[in-house]
Design a protein around this ligand. Structure first.
Ligand code: ZN
Length: 275
């Protein structure tokens, strides 16, 4: 499932191929992926070019040269692939955009593509919590927001209201890095635990973005970067395996009806203080 690091990796990598070249053929293979007809969609994009790529949470936002935006929200099984025009993508593409000698394929049944004005985009984004990489999400603002929440750490991290872009994988990895159980109630966390959680969130999301995230579909031919963080995950979907070479075995628990992975030896009710 694409989360913040996977989309941040795409944002960093795609610019070299898709910016500043006119959009040629546009094909929508799944009419349900947008809210206009395939003809309208194609007409709105053909001849435009992409000036800039932005990411908010897990949304990838393409800034078009007419001031409009194309928002891409990938589904759970969604991925992107960029290759030579006429090549075949490694998945069933929901949409294809031709950009000069390259094509951008968008995969994942249920992935959403929306053409928006700046105001329309603002309306979509205002429901989201701050992006962890934005200047607005500081240790202080994060602590303040967290104090207002109630419920399990895992659900608060994945809820998209406190911060956006974190799903099950990185919520579990962040909780592990902070030394906190995914089931702890956020209202019970002391200041030190919240500070440690902020630090762990920034570090894990940045390391995962730098390492290419965890998606296994290559972004382009010969791609060796995408998915590079997969073997650096310590707990997520690693039940029965040690958290670190000498560590205890990862276990699974139920948090508000969702599976969460954790290490029973490294994670606590409050962040441990080493003296
Ligand atoms: Zn451990």
């Amino acid at each position: 499932m694409p989360e913040l690091p996977e989309i941040e990796h795409y944002r960093r990598q795609l610019g070299q191929w898709i910016l500043d070249r006119p959009i040629g053929r546009v094909q929508l293979n799944n009419a349900g992926s947008t809210d206009v007809s395939p003809e309208e969609f194609s007409e709105a994009l053909t001849g435009r070019s992409i000036l800039f790529l932005e990411r908010r949470g897990t949304f990838l936002i393409l800034h078009l040269d007419n001031g409009h935006r194309l928002l891409i929200a990938l589904a759970k099984d969604g991925a992107l692939h960029c290759g030579e025009a006429g090549a075949k993508p490694p998945f069933a593409a929901q949409a294809e955009l031709e950009l000069g000698d390259r094509t951008l394929w968008i995969g994942g049944r249920g992935s959403v593509l929306r053409l928006l004005t700046v105001r329309g985009l603002d309306d979509v984004l205002k429901a989201l919590g701050g992006d962890p990489f934005s200047r607005q999400v500081t240790p202080e603002s994060f602590a303040k927001l967290f104090k207002k929440r109630r419920g399990a750490l895992r659900s608060t991290l994945t809820g998209q209201k406190t911060v956006s872009g974190i799903g099950p994988r990185y919520a579990d990895e962040i909780a592990f890095a902070a030394g906190l159980l995914p089931s702890v109630k956020v209202q019970d966390l002391n200041d030190e635990s919240v500070a440690r959680l902020y630090e762990a969130m920034q570090r894990i999301l940045l390391e995962a973005s730098d390492a290419g995230g965890c998606l296994q579909t290559p972004l382009y031919e010969g791609d060796t970067l995408t998915g590079g963080y997969l073997n650096q995950c310590r707990v997520y979907e690693r039940e029965g395996q040690p958290c670190t070479p000498e560590g205890a075995k990862v276990e699974k628990m139920d948090v508000s009806g969702k599976k969460a992975y954790y290490c029973p030896q490294c994670q606590y009710e409050q962040t441990p203080v080493f003296s």
